[in-house]
Design a protein around this ligand. Structure first.
Ligand SMILES: Nc1ncnc2c1ncn2[C@@H]1O[C@H](COP(=O)(O)OP(=O)(O)OP(=O)(O)O)[C@@H](O)[C@H]1O
Ligand SMILES: [Mg+2]
Length: 227
């Protein structure tokens, strides 16, 4: 049987808004393929971040299944879920979310250390990733010494550090100018293809869509395939 790195089956999510319940996701199903960069577009409030939080095991659905490499994670304890997040999922956010008082190399060391995997091999991996994002000369800089685009490139390298099968990004280019955005997406796409990762990115940026393998549109909590 073919297992997908990430599969959501008939997910439903409702939030309470004062007295009334708001249905945000309705019976949403989705599969992420290895080696493919998938974009999710859609209007503000349509449920994109909610979808990504569920896909990233940061939020539990009310109904439906969320499978990582074929395993349903609903039955896992909180500790087991955080293990899945640490080992199987890399996150890239709108703002890079770097730790302010750590050097660039230490930003990459952190997830490896948390996973108990900081050794000669992962140190080389960190150096290789920094090189692939063009920051090999910034390893000893603190994050406040970096530009916005450089910080975002560190965040990308960090997301790939634990060799996670799934990479999730919520508007990773929102704080960048258009030329920079294209460079960043090309970079994510290159690593996704080289390392055969499954990447899902929420974006409002139409100028980067030609670099994406699959395109979905979210409307009122329903996902439709556009490409
Ligand atoms: N924790 C929450 N409690 C209550 N309502 C929520 C919560 N999180 C999201 N919502 C509501 O769910 C809907 C979808 O929100 P979501 O953040 O997924 O939208 P989005 O598509 O990411 O929008 P944007 O493009 O503005 O980031 C919105 O109406 C929002 O107000
Ligand atoms: Mg959002």
């Amino acid at each position: 049987m073919n297992t997908w790195p990430l599969e959501l089956k008939e997910i439903r999510k409702t939030f309470k808004d004062g007295e009334k319940m708001v249905d945000v996701l309705h019976s949403l199903s989705f599969k992420a393929e290895r080696g493919k960069l998938t974009a999710v577009l859609g209007p503000s409030g349509s449920g994109k971040s909610t979808f990504l939080s569920i896909a990233g095991a940061l939020l539990s659905p009310d109904e439906g299944e969320m499978l990582v490499n074929g395993h349903d994670i609903a039955s896992l304890s909180d500790k087991q879920k955080s293990e899945v997040r640490l080992h199987s999922i890399g996150y890239i956010f709108q703002s890079s979310n770097l730790v302010p008082y750590l050097k660039v190399i230490e930003q990459l060391k952190l997830p490896a250390e948390l996973a108990g995997k900081w050794n000669g091999d992962t140190k080389r991996r960190a150096e290789e990733l920094l090189k692939s994002v063009g920051l090999e000369n910034r390893a000893d800089h603190y994050s406040y010494q970096l530009s916005g685009g450089e910080k975002q490139r560190v965040a990308i390298a960090r997301a790939f550090m634990n060799d996670a099968d799934i990479i999730l990004a919520d508007e990773p280019t929102a704080s960048l100018d258009s030329g920079r955005s294209i460079d960043i997406i090309k970079l994510i796409s290159k690593i996704v293809k080289e390392k055969q990762k499954a990447a899902v990115m929420v974006t409002h940026d139409e100028t980067i869509l030609h670099l994406c393998d699959n395109i979905y549109e979210m409307n009122d909590g329903r996902l439709e395939k556009r490409k």
